[in-house]
Design a protein around this ligand. Structure first.
Ligand SMILES: *Cc1c(COP(=O)(O)O)cnc(C)c1O
Length: 297
């Protein structure tokens, strides 16, 4: 039974998100234009791809009569935080299943989620790895009752379909679109939404990110029935692994912020931009190419 549409518009999301050209000689000297797709400006509580990934899931949860959302993430997960904020805005209870042990006081990310009413629970790393198994999910259902389950990072078929709008907004605006990848749901949708002739490049922020290509393909099959769009995955720019940083990455991010008044998030966006510059310097893009870099958060 479809319920009424959730009041997304009441939050006044900035959609389509702004597209801004930046003047940067490091790209210009290769004859390449750089544009920033400012998904970080969509909404202060649900920035970037989190808005796009959650929207259809929240509606599906409401349509199925759920009042509780349960999802998974690491201790610094933007997704947990965004899910908590979405719950507050749209009237869902939220449960966040966090990888590892509890550390008090809560870090800024988990404290914000808790302040939005998210109930936090913890799974040791071994159990967390099996979080999609029937035993672990069954255990959570026994403890918490009925809930709408959103997978880690929010990536499922509905999330990918929500992210297709990102690609659609970029039709005609760029030849190549770059995006940072955690779980790959954003890349899966983005690539499907682009027009023929446009290409998406995903930059894995995790070490060993090559497995992500399989996840992106699976998400596309679930969301669109088949592999969709022209996309590839770069796995050379993780800078040591998830949430790891190097002095080189910090310097790059600080410098980019000083040049363009957009301070790139170091877990995701800075790695993508640094990777995009490296590909540009390797001569990967023909002169005249317009690159759009998605500022996902
Ligand atoms: C969550 C997040 C991502 C990763 O998106 P996936 O769909 O999991 O690949 C990228 N950038 C930012 C800023 C994020 O918060």
């Amino acid at each position: 039974m479809p319920h009424t549409a959730l009041p997304f518009d009441a939050l006044r999301p900035r959609l389509p998100s702004p597209l801004q050209e930046v003047d940067d000689e490091r790209w210009a000297r290769h004859g390449v234009r750089l544009l920033l797709k400012r998904d970080d400006l969509i909404h202060p509580d649900l920035p970037g791809n989190k808005w796009r990934k959650l929207r259809l899931n929240l509606q599906a949860a409401a349509d199925a009569g759920h009042d509780t959302l349960l999802t998974f993430g690491g201790a610094y997960s933007n997704h947990l935080r965004a899910t908590a904020a979405a719950g507050r805005h749209f009237g869902f209870s939220t449960i966040g299943v966090v990888r590892g042990e509890e550390h008090l006081p809560l870090n800024e990310s988990l404290a914000a989620a808790a302040a939005d009413g998210m109930r936090l629970t913890y799974l040791d790393r071994t159990t967390y790895r099996r979080k999609t198994s029937p035993e672990v999910v069954g255990g959570l259902r026994e403890r918490f009752g009925r809930f709408y389950l959103i997978p880690e990072g929010g990536s499922n078929a509905l999330a990918a379909r929500g992210c297709a709008a990102l690609g659609e907004e970029l039709r005609g605006a760029a030849d190549v679109v770059a995006v940072a990848c955690g779980t790959g749901g954003t890349l899966a949708g983005l690539a499907a939404g682009l027009a023929p002739g446009q290409r998406a490049v995903g930059f894995a922020v995790l070490k060993g990110g090559a497995f992500l290509a399989g996840d992106v393909e699976r998400l596309q099959r679930e969301a669109f029935g088949a592999r969709a769009g022209d996309w590839e995955l770069e796995d050379r720019f993780h800078f040591g692994g998830y949430a790891r940083r190097t002095p080189e990455l910090d310097a790059f991010a600080g410098d980019f912020g000083a040049r363009h008044q957009v301070v790139p998030d170091r877990v995701y966006v800075a790695k993508m931009l640094a990777g995009l510059l490296a590909l540009t310097e390797e001569g990967r893009f023909a002169r005249g190419t317009a690159l759009a870099a998605v500022v996902t958060g």
